[in-house]
Ligand binder design. Sequence first.
Ligand code: ZN
Ligand code: ZN
Length: 310
Amino acid sequence: MPRSLAREQDIHSRPTPKSPPRLTSLTSRRIGIHTSTAGGIHNAAEHAYRIGCNTLQIFSSSPRQWARHELSYPLCEQMLRLRALYNLKPLVIHTNYLVNLASTNELFLKKSIEAFRGEVERALAICADYLVLHPGSFRGADREAGLLQTAAAIAAAIQGLDLAQGGLTILIENTAGSEFSLGGSFEQVGEVIDRLRDIIPIAACIDTCHTHVAGYDIVSEEGIYQTLQHLDAAIGLNNVKVIHCNDAKAARGSKLDRHQQIGKGTIGSEPFRILLNDLRLAHAAFIAETPIDKPGDDRRNVEALKKLVG
Ligand SMILES: [Zn+2]
Ligand SMILES: [Zn+2]
């Protein structure tokens, strides 16, 4: 059976066994958190549901290791069953941090392309909806060459893989924009998307912490509406499929990427209320990548976001 059909059946049409008890309140938005896959990827779905998520993000392999990692079929099957049971969608995978598709080092670039291809293969195997990628570091070249290189490397990595049939979209994430890192402006994210939009399903992931420390005003009410206008012009709000909801430890414009619990940092709760309630973003998944300083912080951050809706 083509994967897309299997996916439709598994996620949407398969009759769900009697509804599990809801542990927390319902929300009209898709809200979740980056969840650990310790003990197997299916554990992430269980845990996400138990802490009140209706979407989740995971790593499909160790985020700081190159080792190739194959997912076993029964695990993927189990993941699909749990997602259907718990109404968890979309499933977002975050790419390994080592991958740098803008690298000017030929060997490193080759390794990154291979690793990213592995990410795409696993995302397809697990029937993920989105694969988030940081656009990379252009050290040794200039920014424009870096953006071109990243787009070319994504195209090279996915050759022969059918993302559209697998229902998978690559999301380019904006970054804090420090030193050589690409993606510190919405225009840079938009450029990578524009270069690839005719060949693969591609859109954007916007991180609130990165946006703030890159220098955009998302704190004052006027500022956040201007920033959304800017984002709409550069990328299109309809192309923002995932919003990483992270408060920040560092100041606006500092280029320091340190995530903080929702409402406890330099952004504060109010901007999240505006984002969560803006109907132009109602299609997006709101996913926290907040630190777990003490047990239960993940549940508390998901709750904090859900309370801001409506
Ligand atoms: Zn992020
Ligand atoms: Zn970050």
